[in-house]
Design a protein around this ligand. Structure first.
Ligand code: FES
Length: 166
């Protein structure tokens, strides 16, 4: 077996093989990170940003190459200024991942809202209605209301008359 890496995800200590992606390490710990564009059988593409999480790494003393310690003896963890995609970021030793913070929740709301701006929103008549990851994740993590003003929507005449029912 290859080298194992130990990290902490939402206060749970997890050990996974080196090279494992955060999203898969979290799954092993029973923590679900929402994804759209990630599938375990495909190369990660990191395009939808739904899996954003906070990632911290141990601070290493450049002179000694050893981790810098806090007053209580625990390793000092430095969190990055931006969220990272859990589906493209491999785990590293001593990493600390937070998936349930306010910042992460706001990012998820924003990403869902952004994705819905280019989606037809035809859930009531869509064949996938009820079995749709976008619908499910919108219910779970979305903003709950839209900033769009429906009365401003343009209603242009159809190019072809489709009848009264369509
Ligand atoms: S799941 Fe799409 S960017 Fe990670």
């Amino acid at each position: 077996m290859g080298k194992m890496v130990t990290l902490t995800i939402d206060d749970q200590v997890v050990s996974v093989p080196q090279g494992t992606l955060i999203v898969d390490a979290a799954k092993k710990a029973g923590i679900d990170i929402p994804v759209f564009c990630y599938h375990p059988k495909m190369e990660p593409v990191g395009m939808c940003r739904m899996c954003l999480v906070e990632v911290g790494r141990p601070v290493i003393d450049r002179a000694t190459g050893q981790p810098v310690l806090e007053a209580d003896g625990s390793p000092k963890i430095q969190f990055g200024p931006k969220l990272e995609t859990a589906c493209t970021t491999p785990v590293s030793e001593g990493m600390v991942v937070r998936t349930q913070t306010q910042v992460v929740a706001e990012a998820r709301r924003g990403i869902i809202e952004f994705l819905l701006t280019s989606h037809p929103l035809d859930c009531p008549i869509c064949d996938k209605g009820g079995e749709c990851p976008l619908q499910n994740l919108t219910m779970a993590y979305g903003p709950g209301e839209s900033r769009f003003r429906y009365e401003d929507k343009m209603h242009l005449a159809k190019h072809l008359p489709l009848g009264e029912l369509i």
